[in-house]
Write a protein that binds this ligand. Structure first.
Ligand code: MN
Length: 526
């Protein structure tokens, strides 16, 4: 027997259940709500500036997601500005801003979204007793009232309002039905059921979604969404199980970015629906051919390297190495391949550029890779492309990503590396560094424990910014001894962590560029 609260609507309920059964027979569209820029950006160590967020948002629009959650405007001035810029500069998807179920948050979200073509406010509050008593120190009744008034206030800013019952998977179902019904009555157009702490098991989570359909009278009026975390490695499974049970929106992030172990990976969710649409009776509007480009962009800007064995976007995801598998795939692809590499944007015969490739070929390839650049920017990139092509003969897509990342930084650069000369070995490595600032080139010399350390010390003397090196890594962008080295440094200064990147066929130069790039970002915060 269901809760007394809904006892009178038994008939209505079974009619809705019939409708849902009918709906699940037809192929249903599953809305893809991307939270790379909000939950994803909360990944420890990932920090993006406003220009980088806009760049990712534009790529998410090319990927054709339905909703972009752009940020949490009340959390900081910087986040407010990012959401506003994304709202102004991104076309296509709904732009969403997060707000706790309190007046100030909702107002701030509404302000940030003022210029959005399709705005949506996403308001949330903890609904489990653990959250209500432990975190909020309130009662269920308080929480219900806060949710209702936040949704009503959000509704005064925009038509689309999403309400999330935070920690839904550990919430008393009877209270969950009640708050879901009440927020729908207050105007919510999307209800999100989060497995905030990654606690659910797929079968059980699917059952929860079914129970919501069976117990909330007005559920047929809204889009039911899920938001799953990967603490036990089941985020995607839980989300897919929810779709099977009737949910029509999945919140997810590129490369599974997100708090702690991350969110459901957008690429996994989308490709599962595409590959197993037969079983799920569902589809998405995502342009899957943009998946790899998007994954690379997010990885490059956040500094989160994608492991080779990661589903869909890992470098080994489509590589067959055992003899039996290779033989099978060569004879008949479907023997061991369930997806086509082209479907996620991997080109089978990668177009290789050389020093003889003209500006036109370069521009063409760059636009295929998702870079929309001006003539002036093309001049800069082309010049660098030629110097790289001279050194390494063949220029691959990965090299182009590195070159563009290097030559067209998302934010203005105070300093740029003009030259570097390093003498390594014992007893003392020495670096001579020249940095350009405005019209002048400033030169410094320093000794260090190693060549990179010496270079950093010389740079520090010039910039005079106190920084702490938190992390430093170097990897080859492509195969071969002549590959470009891509360096990534993470610096901390005044409690702010930034990521810097640099690329060069010379690894010390790449590292120094990354270091200077990070310092430029710190200077922007000062
Ligand atoms: Mn989350």
């Amino acid at each position: 027997m269901g809760p007394k609260f809904f006892g009178s609507s038994l008939k209505k309920r079974s009619a809705i259940a019939e409708q849902i059964k009918e709906n699940t027979k037809m192929s249903r569209k599953i809305f893809i709500f991307d939270t790379t820029l909000r939950d994803g950006e909360q990944s420890p160590g990932a920090s993006l500036n406003s220009a980088e967020k806009v760049e990712i948002a534009k790529q998410l629009a090319r990927l054709n997601v339905d909703v972009i959650e752009a940020g949490f405007p009340i959390s900081s001035q910087e986040d407010f500005a990012s959401v506003r810029s994304i709202a102004q500069e991104t076309w296509g998807p709904v732009i969403c801003a997060l707000a706790r179920a309190v007046e100030a948050d909702v107002n701030r979200a509404g302000e940030a979204l003022k210029d959005a073509g399709k705005p949506m406010i996403h308001t949330f509050i903890g609904t489990s007793d653990i959250h209500i008593k432990g975190q909020l120190r309130k009662t269920r009744d308080d929480v219900l009232k806060m949710a209702i008034s936040a949704v009503k206030l959000a509704k005064s800013y925009c038509e689309e309002v999403e309400f999330s019952a935070m920690d839904a998977s550990r919430t008393d179902p009877v209270f969950l039905y009640e708050i879901v019904q009440a927020t729908i009555e207050s105007g919510a157009t999307v209800i999100n059921i989060p497995d905030t702490v990654g606690y659910a098991i797929p079968e059980q989570f699917g059952q929860l979604i079914k129970d919501i359909f069976d117990n909330v009278p007005d559920v047929g009026k809204i889009r039911l969404s899920v938001h799953c975390h990967d603490d036990l490695g089941m985020a995607t499974s839980n989300a897919i199980s929810a779709v099977k049970a009737g949910a029509t929106q999945i919140e997810c992030a590129i490369n599974a970015m997100g708090e702690r172990a991350g969110n459901a990976a957008l690429e996994q969710v989308v490709m599962t629906i595409k590959t197993r649409g037969d079983y799920l009776n569902a589809y998405t509007d995502v342009k899957t051919q943009e998946i790899i480009n998007t994954s690379k962009l997010v990885s490059r800007l956040t500094g989160f390297v994608v492991p080779p064995n990661k589903p869909i976007v890992g470098s080994n995801a489509f590589a067959h190495s055992s003899g039996i598998h290779q033989d099978g795939v060569l004879k008949e692809r479907s023997t061991f391949e369930i997806m086509l590499p082209q479907d996620v944007g991997l080109s089978e015969s990668e177009l290789v550029l050389t020093a003889r490739s003209g500006r036109h070929a370069l521009r063409h390839r760059l636009s295929e890779l998702g870079f929309d650049i001006s003539n002036e920017q093309l001049d800069k990139v082309y010049e660098r492309f030629l110097s790289v092509a001279d050194k390494k003969k063949q220029v691959y897509d990965e090299d182009l990503f590195a070159i563009v990342g290097d030559e067209l930084p998302a934010s203005p650069q105070t300093y740029s590396l003009e030259y570097i000369q390093v003498v390594g070995g014992t007893p003392t490595p020495v670096a001579v560094v020249g940095l350009q600032k405005g019209e002048e080139v400033i030169k410094e010399v320093a000794c260090g424990d190693g060549p990179f350390d010496a270079a950093c010390k010389a740079i520090d003397k010039i910039t005079d910014v106190r920084v702490e090196l938190v992390d430093y890594s170097l990897h080859a962008a492509t195969k071969g001894k002549d590959a470009m080295g891509e360096a990534l440094v993470r610096l901390r200064s005044n409690g702010q962590t930034v990521i810097g990147r640099g690329a060069s066929t010379d690894i010390i130069e790449a590292s120094a560029k990354a270091y200077v790039n990070a310092i430029n970002k710190i200077l922007k915060f000062c």
